[in-house]
Design a protein around this ligand. Structure first.
Ligand code: PHB
Length: 393
């Protein structure tokens, strides 16, 4: 077995201090750590999402005894505030100052695009546990960048397909004006119009504004058969409450499932039956989901959501890579190969990655019943993002 530089340095220090010529293997293994940079939002409209991802990630590591590929996990954490202008500096802090081995982040597509650029320049391993920016596993795809969540296109496309299948003819769209909103609406339009639907008007407001009233007034005037939106986190909860308070119940509201995930406690009184499409649902009936939900609830006194699942799966993917190389972080090619080939036993159901490193996964139809996003069907089976522009993979 070859001993890499880090190990040799650790060996020298410890052997010197202990006055030993040879260090036992177990002690050598103990000296090794994998340093994980968590770059996520812990403040702002996506704060709860960042916390759920962190919880899910750490839950898996705890289940494996705090170790990954035989190494102790150590963390450096940054609150990225979902602020794209601060993204490069925050990412550089983790990569260049804290010298992390891998970065796990983030939620916001604009921040994640900047992180992907730094990862491409520095060769840092990046695992994205939420942000759906299509380009990250499209034109910016790279051997060292992986995602355990979705592309913005995927749930948008799934929702458009379900709505067209239900013979809904017209829709108005509303979202925040940034990559996630734009791409979610594009995915929606692609499937909805292919199925015969017509988009009457596309409306946007800046992220993370929540002054929805003028848009609700316009929807009432346009009288579409349906409304499609992308909102998430605290902004989604406010939108849903405002929508029904404006008396729009007669115009069915649809959205990618981020509209209801993680916010069911605050919308359950007004939004029973709200139908969305996503790659996760609370009641998915498989042993992994049951075990995951009960240990998450026991540990955090909270119901898990899609964000927690994506964080948990980011840890599973990293574990698959590190175990394959016995924790030898220098063997990046072999590590990436193992990650590419991994079959992740996810609470959402097992999934594999596409060539561009994005999950190929079912898009579930879910209905809000009580506090749960209950799965009532499947909009699209094993949906792969088209990975437009990906050449490197
Ligand atoms: C994104 O910015 O890509 C994003 C944010 C929150 C979500 C989904 C996507 O729930």
């Amino acid at each position: 077995m070859s001993i890499d530089r880090t190990r040799r340095a650790a060996l020298g220090v410890i052997a010197g201090a202990a006055g030993l010529a040879v260090l036992p293997h177990a002690a050598l293994a103990q000296a090794k750590k994998v340093k994980i940079g968590l770059m996520l939002p812990y403040t702002g409209t996506y704060a709860q999402l960042g916390t759920a991802i962190t919880n899910g990630f750490k839950l898996y590591i705890e289940e494996t005894g705090g170790r990954l590929g035989g190494m102790d996990a150590e963390y450096a954490t940054v609150d990225d505030e979902s602020a794209p202008p601060k993204a490069v500096e925050n990412m550089n802090r983790l990569v260049r100052r804290d010298n992390v081995d891998v970065v796990v982040g983030t939620v916001h597509s604009g921040v994640a695009l900047a992180m992907a650029n730094v990862a491409r320049q520095t060769g840092t391993t990046l695992i994205i546990p939420n942000a759906g920016a299509d380009d990250i596993t499209g034109s910016l795809c790279a051997p060292n960048i992986f995602r355990t969540s979705f592309t913005n296109w995927q749930p948008g496309y799934g929702t458009g397909k379900m709505m067209a299948d239900r013979r809904i003819r017209t829709a108005v769209t509303l979202t925040w004006k940034y990559a996630a909103g734009d791409e979610s609406v594009n995915g929606f339009k692609e499937a909805f119009t292919a199925g015969g639907g017509k988009v009457l008007k596309e409306m946007t407001l800046p992220f993370p504004n929540v002054e929805f009233q003028p848009f609700l007034t316009e929807i009432a005037a346009l009288k579409p058969e349906s409304v499609y939106v992308f909102f998430a986190g605290a902004g989604a909860a406010k939108f849903v409450k405002d929508y029904y308070a404006a008396g729009l119940k007669g115009i069915p509201l649809y959205g990618s499932g981020f509209l209801t995930d993680g916010v069911t406690d605050s919308i359950q009184d007004v939004a029973q039956g709200l139908t969305t499409v996503l790659h996760y649902g609370d009641g998915i009936d498989n042993p992994k989901n049951k075990a995951f939900r009960s240990s998450y609830e026991a540990k955090f006194k909270l119901a898990p959501d899609v964000y927690a699942v994506q964080g948990y799966d980011a840890a599973q993917l990293l574990a698959a890579g590190l175990s394959a190389v016995n924790g030898d972080l220098a063997k990046k090619d072999a590590m990436y190969k193992a990650m590419e080939a991994a079959k992740i036993d996810s609470p959402r159901g097992p999934f594999t990655l596409s060539k561009a490193h994005n999950p190929v996964q079912d898009m579930y139809i879910r209905e809000l019943k009580g506090r749960d996003n209950v799965v009532t069907g499947i909009a699209v089976k094993a949906l792969a993002d088209p990975a437009r522009g990906c050449k490197a993979a």
